[in-house]
Design a protein around this ligand. Structure first.
Ligand code: PEP
Ligand code: MG
Length: 578
């Protein structure tokens, strides 16, 4: 009998294939006494497990093709570095001497101690390391316990066409799986905004995350369907259902080829109003994809991924090298580099850990511009690199999560100081580099006229704006039913932001997921939006809807609905817009 499991679809597309279950979280560790005479042998066991882990990671690194973006390779490099850290190599040995215990137990004690330190940290940036610590210690533990490496890590394993099911996956896992030719994946934990999800999207890998007990309900080898569009997993599907999904997958491929014809066409409505279509990029691997999609520039480059899975924040030179490549890919077109937005959901690289989920209100805490201003060592090298990159092309700097104009003023002040220093030293830069901000906090939207006058451009971040407007955490499953772009209050906020920006002649775009969801394209046009920044894989679909839409009737209908106090009118809006 066919069973259906629900989760969150994190990357579009449909995969059909046989299930392969990855068991990773069953490392049973017991303590036993090791006599003084046995201790040298036990210490040597630990050393060789660390060495085996190192060899495993090096082999994995070598299999990564040369053109792979540096930010993805960095995930593995960071783990290699950790294997040299005395916290991992020396401290467990000290515990073994002190307690006369086995290597596994000492390693487990040290891992638990480190993880609790990370969990208690206020510093959101450092807390992002917790998952790395967990992954690396588990790798050494697995070597000590003689567990085979996960099958997807083995060089010889044939995973071609399989659908992987795991408790959780690291971003590096997702990368390796794609290289092994897997068709798709399912995880029990993780949300649509985790790094794994974002990397899977960039790699075009269909996946569904947050499917509770998937490994219990699905059997090794059974035929599975992963519907990344709907967040649906179907197991043991009968022939009729398989046919249906095969047809959908093929139809999708045809649609992609049909849409490719629109690449060079200008983005405009049926009545000839030009619309700006820009790309969102998360990883270096998106740069070329974005360019190839026909985007007229980059409306959002999420730079926080440059900070993930490594021991120190990137240096000014590292930032500059990546920005140089982005500008190079886009030549004469604008690229919007957003300063790092670390914190809240962005610290959960490989899914939701229970201790982190217990952190009080991370979404309302120290993240993005707040963190950058509190810890200038994270932000200033980035600002310097962006200012230097402005000499190379049309660079725009964007500040995330503004809630107060003073935050924008402080960042601008830092930038002006850097520009003055560069002018003195003769370092090339564009003194007129536009500085913009994201409207993601309702208070900032209500004061959009103030922001529009103070900044050179604005962008509406609906992913956050919606969660803050309806007062939910965007990764909390229990309240996700409230996450509704059609909430009348949300629509009025968007309309207000656009109206204020237009009145101040300040360019405004939208770069949240809503901008790339074709169900909302007409609605957004009706709200007055004229610049959309979307994931490259969605750009042509949006372009097609634009070309099929007459602006005036849409504007009238949306304006009329926004005056209504009847929630049903808002719910019916999409149907009415056709
Ligand atoms: C948003 O909040 O809509 C946005 C684009 O930023 P991010 O998803 O990176 O928080
Ligand atoms: Mg945001």
């Amino acid at each position: 009998m066919t069973i259906a499991l629900h989760g969150k679809g994190i990357s579009r597309g449909i995969a059909l294939g046989a299930a392969h279950i990855v068991q990773r979280d069953t490392l049973e560790v017991v303590e036993y006494t090791v006599s003084a005479a046995e201790l040298p042998l036990e210490l040597a066991r630990l050393d060789s497990a660390v060495e085996e882990s190192r060899q495993g990671l090096r082999a994995m690194r070598e299999r990564i093709p040369a053109h792979t973006p540096s930010d993805i390779v960095a995930f593995i490099d960071a783990h290699l570095l950790m294997l040299d850290d005395p916290h991992l190599t020396e401290e467990p040995k000290r515990l073994m001497h002190e307690r006369g215990c086995n290597a596994e137990w000492a390693l487990k004690l040290q891992r638990d101690a480190l993880i609790s330190v990370f969990d208690s940290m206020d510093d959101a940036y450092l807390r992002t390391r917790r998952d790395d610590v967990d992954h690396v210690f588990n790798r050494v533990l697995r070597a000590l316990l003689n567990h085979a490496p996960a099958r997807h890590e083995g060089g010889e394993a044939n995973l071609e066409g399989l659908i992987l099911i795991a408790d959780d996956l690291s971003p590096a896992d997702a990368l390796l799986m794609q290289q092994h030719g897997i068709a798709g994946f399912i995880t029990e934990y993780g949300g649509p905004t985790s790094h794994t999800a974002i990397i899977a999207r960039s790699l075009g890998l269909p996946g569904v995350v947050g499917v509770p007990h998937a490994r219990r309900y699905l059997r090794e080898g059974e035929a599975l369907i992963v519907d990344g569009d709907e967040g649906l997993v179907l197991g043991d599907a009968d022939q009729r259902i398989l046919e249906h999904y095969r047809a959908r997958r093929d139809e999708r491929q045809k649609k992609v080829s049909r849409l490719a014809r629109l690449k060079r066409a200008p983005a405009m409505t049926a009545d000839g109003v030009p619309i700006e279509l820009l790309a969102n990029v998360d990883l270096e691997s998106d740069f070329e994809l974005a360019k190839a999609s026909g985007a007229r520039g980059v409306g959002l480059y999420r730079t926080e991924f440059l900070y993930m899975n490594r021991l120190d924040p990137p240096s000014e030179e590292e930032h500059l090298a990546v920005y140089g490549r982005l500008v190079e890919a886009f030549r004469q077109q604008p690229v919007t580099i957003r300063t790092m937005d670390i914190g809240a959901d962005k610290q959960t690289g490989a899914g939701v850990s229970s201790s982190r989920a217990n952190t009080v209100n991370p979404a309302l805490g120290m993240r993005a511009v707040r963190l950058g201003l509190k810890e200038p060592e994270l932000l200033v090298p980035q600002l310097r690199a962006i200012v230097r990159a402005s000499a190379l092309g049309q660079v725009r700097l964007m500040i995330p999560m503004l809630s107060d104009l003073d935050e924008a003023a402080q960042v601008t002040h830092l930038i002006r100081g850097i520009q003055a220093e560069f002018t003195r030293l003769g370092v090339p830069h564009d003194p007129a580099m536009p500085i913009g901000g994201m409207l993601e906090v309702p208070a900032a939207v209500m004061f959009a006229d103030g922001f529009a006058r103070a900044l050179d451009f604005l962008s509406i971040g609906t992913n956050d704006l919606i969660q803050y407007a309806v007062a939910i955490d965007r990764v909390n499953e229990e309240v996700s039913y409230l996450y509704d772009p059609l909430n009348p209050g949300v629509l009025r906020l968007i309309e207000l932001a656009i109206r204020h920006a237009d009145a101040a002649d300040c360019p405004i775009a939208m770069c949240g997921e809503m901008a790339g969801d074709v169900r909302y394209t007409r609605l957004l046009l009706g709200l007055g939006l004229r610049a959309f920044s979307v994931h490259p894989s969605l750009l042509l679909e949006v372009k097609q809807v634009l070309a099929e839409t007459e602006l005036q009737p849409v504007r009238r209908l949306v304006a009329k609905t926004l005056k209504s106090t009847d929630p049903a009118r808002y719910r019916e809006l999409l149907t009415a817009l056709g």
